[in-house]
Design a protein around this ligand. Structure first.
Ligand code: CTP
Length: 403
């Protein structure tokens, strides 16, 4: 946690039972060499006294927005200017909602609005409140705006429930918070990734899909986040956990994926299309289940071609660095090179899906990275390791472009 040395850290404490752990957080921050100022909400003071946090931080604790004395010394704008990073631990469900709606009705929320550096949140709440759709929507909205979320953990809660919602231990929170100050190869970059299959409905109970598991796209999202990028993941239906700090948008059909990509592409530095987008969808979707007629004659299904999402992105006037995937069963390099050219890509990742050990559902892969000027084989290894190498390759290329 060397990156916390000589940093000005503003610790926000909101009103939950986990607030007693804030004292430990202040102690660790001080030990790591940070200067700490604590801002408490009114309800936080019911759980831990300002005096405790003042004694540990060595600074007066602030909590009121309209405190003439405090404003004269260090008001909310000064506090926002003073801080290199903000950590809010614990962050209650109410504080999440307040931050997500951009309110400025207390000192802490006003500071976060005036602050333009890294803000990390350590949620702490009852498991039912955590899994409530509204909390999850607030969280997602905050992540999409660049807030980092540390936790929560799982286990027994103060109320006796068991589940997700416990605040992480102070040392775990600080490890995650300190990474806000380390510069990854993709720091400050905005990345849009598509993943998984699409489903094209035929009737209310049937659809056309493919074998994509989404593993490659999800692990690329994780690798990009770990190297400091802000990631939006547009995903078809998969059975995977969303990586922490990832803004996920769920879609089903190729049309929905195309629309979501076009909606989110503005301001992105990199676009990575790992999704196995269905090339065709039924011309007509029946409103009721298609019945067999017993004649044993072939059933004709009319299909129409879907938009090529990669082509739409590479054809944009202000285009990001565009990366495609070529999943091929034969003619791997030749087919991939053609796609690189025809779709106007900067990079294509060629992947032989005829080999089940490195195919769609596998945890391993072997790929060849192909650009206009070179080719590089990444030999068989876990999708996680491959993803790291692909992200390193992309970040080198975009950093070269910018220099
Ligand atoms: N792709 C896309 N939109 C589509 C089809 C594919 O964006 N409608 C993207 C995929 O996400 C992938 C790349 O194009 O990055 C290659 O996908 P692939 O299915 O291998 O190629 P196709 O263009 O569909 O060609 P074909 O199926 O004929 O091999």
């Amino acid at each position: 946690m060397n990156s916390l040395a000589n940093k000005n850290v503003l610790l926000g404490v909101t009103g939950g039972i986990a607030a007693y752990k804030s004292a430990e957080i202040v102690r660790h921050l001080k030990k790591s060499g940070s200067s700490v100022r604590v801002v408490m909400t009114e309800s936080a003071k019911e759980f831990i006294t300002p005096l405790t946090l003042q004694a540990l931080s060595g600074n007066r604790v602030s909590s009121e927005l309209l405190d003439a004395e405090a404003e004269a010394a260090m008001g909310h704008i000064e506090l926002a200017k003073w801080a290199d990073g903000i950590l809010i631990a614990p962050t209650t469900a109410n504080s999440l909602a307040r931050l997500a709606s951009g309110r400025a009705d207390d000192l802490l929320s006003s500071i976060t609005l005036a602050f333009d550096g890294p803000i990390s949140l350590a949620p702490a709440m009852n498991q039912a409140m955590w899994s409530d759709k509204r909390t999850q929507e607030n969280l997602d909205s905050l992540i999409s705006k660049g807030f980092k979320v540390c936790g929560p953990g799982s286990g027994e809660q103060a109320c006796g429930d068991i589940g997700l919602g416990r605040m992480l231990e102070p040392i775990e929170i600080l490890e995650l918070f300190s990474s806000s100050f380390t510069q990854g190869a993709m720091s400050g970059k905005n990345v849009l990734i598509t993943a998984g299959p699409t489903q094209e409905p035929i009737d209310p109970v049937r659809f056309i899909t493919n074998k994509s598991s989404g593993k490659m796209g999800y692990s690329l999202a994780e690798a990009a986040i770990e190297s400091g990028a802000r990631v939006t993941l547009i995903s078809g239906p998969v059975n995977l956990e969303t990586p922490p700090n990832c803004h996920k948008v769920s879609v089903e059909t190729a049309k929905e994926m195309h629309e979501a990509v076009m909606h989110h592409i503005k301001g992105k530095d990199v676009y990575i299309g790992t999704a196995a987008v269905s090339d065709y969808s039924p011309v007509e979707v029946k409103n009721s289940k298609i019945k067999k007629d017993g004649s044993r004659s072939p059933l004709n299904l009319k299909l129409k071609e879907n938009h090529d999402i990669l082509k739409s992105v590479s054809g944009l006037e202000e285009r990001p660095y565009v990366v495609g995937f070529a999943a091929e069963t034969d003619g791997l390099i030749e087919n991939a090179e053609n796609k690189l050219k025809n779709k106007g890509l900067d990079l294509i990742v060629a992947n032989d899906v005829s080999n089940e050990e490195i195919g769609f559902e596998s945890d391993e892969n072997e790929v060849t990275l192909i650009t206009k000027t070179d080719q590089q084989l990444i030999p068989r290894q876990s999708k996680k390791k491959i993803s790291k190498k692909i992200v390193e390759f992309i970040s080198r290329r975009i950093n070269e472009q910018n220099n």
